[in-house]
Design a protein around this ligand. Structure first.
Ligand code: ZN
Length: 460
């Protein structure tokens, strides 16, 4: 009996996670992520998929981030029939994330058509809303800690909390008498809402992420955040926090709640102004009220978990415009997280010229985005075709990461009840994966391998 794992993405890079596990009797795809970032990577999204989509027996999602689920609509269009298995929170969030992704790609294609620079004529998106709607009926939620049998095949999937974002899971796949564990993205154990990652179950092979395989998180985000908000609100300013719609918004709200309750930040209205962030917030609230297994026990059932005191949800675009220039101290949490687009750009346009205001960057800012320009000290910023002077205070708060650092990753592996035969380090830039592999060899004495893109290894 031959069983293999094929690394179709997330090998030597942090995006495009796709791991194809096949044997004579079953073919299961773990994660179906979109390649993002550099053009050479994004081009891979357009290549034919390794196997016919119709030949898959199951697709398992570790969590709802685009680099783990964003390629799914392509498989849907190409004839995917298999169930898409994940926790209910992951599937609820994935529906939001995929619809947003399709809308953005449709917009980009339309924009390229107007500019006339696309290589496709007419320019086309990788997938559209119809492709997304086609895969949603395949969604099949399963609970944590309950083995699920791949329909008609001798293969079993078990999900355990990964503590990264709501619904995120460590995936255990058993087939042909062998078991392989995929960490997905692992949390740090410090997420204010989520239980720490469950330890790996006994298994033969572990495929572990290595995003921060060569880094240690140090800064305490609360101290820096409290400082900058206190300063801004004290001088009568408005603080804008560009935040990723899923998870970062909730973490920021919970942190604001604690800071305000402790008197470290004055009580002011907190606006959440992003339709997608509000969609995500509804999923998070449902999970808290329902007592999802990955939510910390002491928070289960507490409906006001995300309310710092005066939470105002801005659904309507008109209401969003009304807070472009509120005229009183307040905090606006809005997407996109890198100010590349979305409602936050309108807020920046109005608020950047006033030195009383602050922009607080709480997430990674990629090169080429407005967020990165602000971080790098831009004195003017171009928005909607016009330059706006940057007189507001710009602050970066590090330490909000929901990824395990290198100590967390080694600690998680060490907590396995028995050493696996081999550990594969994925989901990392080459230096990060290599650094973690070296630590695994040196500190645990295990065989550690950084697979290459497209590599096939045997499981049996
Ligand atoms: Zn993730």
């Amino acid at each position: 009996m031959v069983a293999t794992v094929r690394f179709l993405g997330g090998a030597g890079t942090v995006t495009g996670s796709k791991f194809l596990v096949s044997s004579d009797t079953a073919t299961v795809l773990v994660d179906v992520g979109l390649f993002q970032g550099l053009k050479a990577l994004r081009r891979r999204n357009w290549e034919p998929f390794a196997v016919p989509a119709g030949s898959l027996d199951a697709v398992v999602l570790t969590h709802a981030h685009l680099d783990h689920c964003g390629y799914l609509p392509v498989l849907g269009r190409e004839g995917l029939q298999a169930p898409v298995v994940a926790t209910d929170s992951t599937l609820d969030l994935a529906a939001l994330v995929l619809r947003d992704s399709a809308a953005l790609q449709e917009e980009d294609a339309a924009y390229a058509a107007r500019g006339g620079w696309s290589k496709h004529s007419p320019p086309r998106p990788l997938y559209d809303t119809a492709d997304v709607e086609r895969v949603l009926p395949l969604f099949h939620p399963i609970p944590f800690d309950a083995p699920w049998e791949v329909d008609g095949h001798p293969a079993t999937v078990t999900l355990r909390p990964a503590g990264h974002i709501l619904g995120s899971a460590v995936v255990e796949l058993q087939l042909e008498g062998r078991s392989v564990v995929f960490s997905g993205d692992l949390g740090r154990g410090t997420h204010p809402l989520l239980e720490p990652p469950a330890p790996p179950p006994p298994c033969d092979v572990i495929v572990v992420e290595s995003t921060y395989g060569n880094r240690r998180h140090r800064e305490d985000p609360e101290v820096v955040l409290a400082d900058v908000l206190d300063r801004c609100l004290g001088r009568g300013g408005v603080a804008v926090i560009p935040a990723f719609a899923v998870d970062r918004t909730e973490v920021v709200l919970m942190t604001l709640q604690r800071l305000m309750n402790d008197g470290r930040v004055p009580h002011v209205p907190v606006y959440v102004d992003s339709p997608m962030a509000l969609g995500g917030l509804a999923v998070y609230r449902r999970a808290v009220v329902a007592g999802s297994a990955d939510v910390r026990d002491d928070l289960v059932g507490i409906e006001r978990t995300f309310d710092p005191g005066d939470l105002r949800e801005v659904h309507d675009a008109r209401d969003s415009m009304a807070i472009n220039d509120p005229g009183y101290p307040c905090i606006i949490v809005s997407a996109s997280g890198m100010a590349a687009g979305g409602r936050v750009v309108h807020h920046l346009k109005h608020l950047l010229p006033d030195p009383r205001n602050s922009v607080v960057l709480v997430g990674f800012q990629a090169v080429g985005t407005r967020g990165r320009s602000l971080q790098d000290g831009a004195t003017e910023l171009k928005m909607h075709g016009r330059y706006v002077p940057v007189r507001a205070e710009v602050a970066t708060v590090e330490g909000f990461s929901v990824h395990a650092d290198s100590d967390d990753l080694v600690g998680w592996l060490r907590s396995a009840p028995r050493p696996p035969e081999v550990v594969y380090l994925v989901h990392g830039e080459p230096e990060a994966s290599a650094a973690l592999a070296a630590r695994v060899r040196a500190e645990l004495g295990w065989t550690a391998v950084v697979p290459t893109h497209g590599e096939i290894v045997r499981l049996d």
